[in-house]
Every structure is written in structure tokens, then in C-alpha cells.
Design a protein around this ligand. Structure first.
Ligand SMILES: Cc1ncc(COP(=O)(O)O)c(C=O)c1O
Length: 390
């Protein structure tokens, strides 16, 4: 639910937001959404946005504009919240545990078209037992491992067909297809590697779906997605939907991968300067790791951005090339990247800065709402709530 807040326009508006605070630039968000939407429409595939980054109905409504309407979630709390906001078709894209079955069943009983994922015979038993107990049918996708990143069965494995047989041999679980997430795309180091990873994700998912169909199983859904692979995909033949999340906001990890430019990062943390250590060239802010997260995702990239790049309040990268070099719980230490002395008078105590995040999902998760601004007109537009936790 959005609420208008009464703020003066222009950079002064920031003076009225208590820091640290999460700032979302709606212009950049809308540009990012339009770019991905256009790209996937051109490739002829549906978008099933992943709500794990934004966790906000206001953001998801913008992301879903012109789309069929299904979303992906990473917690049942998100599923509960988005269903309550009118989203009917929800894929919970994390392996299920027995303690969550009653919750999942309750959502389905209330009319939510909730799909689950699995990659083991044990998970099938858990679902079949829960189905008998709860008297609901669970639609599922088999999770595939296309890149050694995390969970899933290999697309060319015997295990894939064994899982399908175990599903169709019992009752209470309905096989809907396959899904995969090429999370190792975050480790790619060139555009050609990213293009190859996108094709590997597509080809693995399509191979698995074809094998299932050839063996007589239904596999109408072929679901893939990560922001890097979706961005660099040039052909998605055989894929029915793409799940992407971080593309909405982008972040320094995406910029380091070449997925976006720094100017495409919609999210920042507004912080206040609370002190200096002149001899060390440090600016002390109230943006510690509680506000920025401890994510250091750029540390393994060619350019390490510390805990984030520093912008002025209007959103321009500081001419002094400032980064957050270290954090405590409620303190951030900002210094020049090259360690040279800093004209501290440019950053007086009480002034504001904005920090671009390494990993948008992790930084946003530290906050309960977005302060939405419109950078073109430099207006504060609204506050949008997030649904954190489980
Ligand atoms: C299962 C699954 N699908 C899709 C995504 C979306 O990836 P990204 O945030 O890179 O768009 C994620 C992200 O972690 C994921 O875990």
C-alpha cells in the first residue's frame, strides 16, 4: 500500500527523511522494468518477476504491467502477502520443508495457484503425505541444476525421469514442468561467458522438458532465470517463462558484471554525515552494516566497491571517488578509494549522502519501506512498504 508523504521537493526533501533510509528512484526503476519487459517480449517469452528483491506490491504492480500476471517468491510470507494483494499465480521457488506444508496447503485452499519445486524422492513423499492430510493437490516443477550452483537434478540424468515416475505413480502431486536458476552467472567475467551461460540455462531446461514429454509426462512449464542470463539471452526457444528479480533495481554487482550501468541502479541508502577523522581522510556516517547489509559481492569482481559507492543527495557519483571502506553496526566509514586526503569541508556534519548497494536484495532486506523519489523532477513521491521475514 502506498502513502503520499508531505516532503518539500528538490534536494531539501531529503532533509526530512530520518536516516539511514532506503531510497528508490522511480524513474530508474521504470526504465529498468521497461528494458527487461521489451527484451523478453522481443524474445517471445513470458516474464514471471521474482518478488524476492522488491518484496513490495507497488513495485510488482509496475513490473507486471502488460504481463500475464504470475510471480515468483522466495518465502511463503511473500506468497501470503502478494496473494492478499490479489496476485493469484505464485511460484514458490525454494525447496519445501515439512513444516511449511500446512501453510502452503492453506494458501491453495484459499484459491492461490501456488506451485512448489522439488528435486528429491523425499520431497515427493512429503508432498504426497501432506496432500493426503490436507486434502489439496500440489502443482510442482522439478528443479534442475544446469551450472553446479546449488540445488536440482541434472537435465540429462536418470534421476529426472525417476522423479517424474514417482510423481505420476502416486497421488496428490501434479507435475507441471521444470525450472532452473543459473546462479553461477554471477561469477561470469565476460559478455561471451554470460551469453554462453544463458544458452546453457535454456538448453538444460529445454532438454529436461523434452525428455519428460518423450517419456509421457506433462511438462507445459519451462521456467528459467537470473538477471545476468536473461539480459544476455539472445534466443529463448522452448522456454515458457523467465524469472528475474534484481533487474528491477540493479546494483553494483550487476554493474560489475556489465549487466547495467551505475546510472541504472535505482536503489540507494540515504545516510547522514555524523563525524570525521581528518588525519585519516574519513567521513563517518550513520549508514553501517545494519543499513547497507554486510554483502561484499563486488569483492571478487575486478573492481571492489567496498560496502558501496557514494553519491551526493542528487544522485551524482561523488567527484572524490568515495566508497564505504568499512562498516560497524550503525557506523559507515567513507573514504577516497585511493586513500588520498579528502577535503572534508565538502561533507560537513549533518549533510546527506547516498550509498549504492553491492547487492540490492540484501540491502533492501535491512529496511521496512522504500522512500520513493522521482529523480527527473526531484520529488518525493511515496513510501512503499516491504514484506520482510518469513
Ligand atoms: C530460483 C530463483 N529464480 C530466479 C532468481 C532471480 O535471479 P536474479 O535476482 O538474478 O534476477 C533467483 C534469485 O536468487 C532465484 O533464486
Amino acid at each position: 500500500m502506498s502513502k503520499m508523504i508531505q516532503l518539500r521537493d528538490g534536494p531539501e526533501a531529503f532533509r526530512e527523511i530520518e536516516t539511514p533510509a532506503l531510497v528508490l528512484d522511480r524513474r530508474i526503476l521504470e526504465r529498468n522494468l521497461a528494458r527487461m519487459g521489451h527484451h523478453l517480449r522481443r524474445l517471445g517469452v513470458a516474464l514471471r518477476p521474482h518478488a524476492k528483491t522488491a518484496k513490495s506490491i507497488d513495485v510488482l504492480r509496475l513490473a507486471l504491467a502488460g504481463q500475464p500476471g504470475g510471480i515468483t517468491v522466495s518465502t511463503l510470507r511473500e506468497a501470503e502477502y502478494f496473494f492478499g494483494q490479489g496476485v493469484q499465480d505464485i511460484l514458490y521457488a525454494v525447496g519445501i520443508a515439512p513444516v511449511k506444508m500446512a501453510h502452503a496447503a492453506a494458501l491453495i485452499r484459499r484459491g492461490c495457484r501456488l506451485s512448489l519445486i522439488l528435486d528429491s524422492p523425499e520431497a515427493i513423499s512429503i508432498l504426497q503425505q501432506a496432500s493426503a492430510r490436507e486434502q489439496v493437490q500440489f502443482p510442482v516443477l522439478i528443479e534442475l541444476d544446469v551450472d553446479g550452483h546449488r540445488a536440482g537434478v541434472q537435465p540429462d540424468s536418470a534421476a529426472l525421469l525417476e522423479l517424474a515416475r514417482a510423481i505420476s505413480g502416486g497421488s496428490g502431486v501434479e507435475l507441471r514442468g521444470v525450472m532452473t536458476h543459473a546462479g553461477d552467472s554471477y561469477q561470469c567475467r565476460s559478455q561471451s561467458q554470460l551469453r554462453a551461460m544463458a544458452e546453457r540455462e535454456r538448453a538444460g531446461a529445454v532438454l529436461a522438458a523434452t525428455r519428460l514429454r518423450t517419456a509421457g509426462h506433462a511438462a507445459p512449464v519451462v521456467s528459467v532465470g537470473s538477471t545476468p542470463t536473461a539480459t544476455f539471452a539472445t534466443d529463448l526457444s522452448g522456454v515458457t517463462e523467465v524469472r528475474v528479480g534484481v533487474y528491477m533495481f540493479n546494483d553494483l554487482v550487476m554493474a560489475g558484471l556489465g549487466v547495467c550501468a551505475i546510472a541504472d541502479i535505482a536503489l540507494s541508502v540515504l545516510v547522514s554525515v555524523i563525524g570525521h577523522q581528518a588525519e585519516r581522510g574519513w567521513i563517518i556516517t550513520d549508514g553501517g552494516w545494519m543499513a547497507l547489509s554486510r554483502d561484499r559481492g563486488t569483492s571478487s569482481q575486478p573492481v571492489d566497491q567496498g560496502y558501496g559507492i557514494v553519491l551526493d543527495v542528487e544522485g551524482s557519483v561523488s567527484p572524490d571517488d568515495l566508497v564505504v571502506v568499512s562498516t560497524n553496526q550503525e557506523h559507515g566509514i567513507v573514504a577516497r578509494r585511493d586513500g588520498k586526503p579528502l577535503p572534508l569541508t565538502r561533507y560537513p556534519v549533518g549533510s546527506s549522502l547516498r550509498i549504492l548497494p553491492n547487492h540490492a536484495c540484501a540491502t533492501a532486506a535491512q529496511h521496512s519501506c522504500y522512500h520513493v523519489i522521482d529523480s527527473d523532477r526531484f520529488e518525493s513521491v511515496a513510501t512503499w512498504r516491504r514484506v520482510n521475514g518469513w
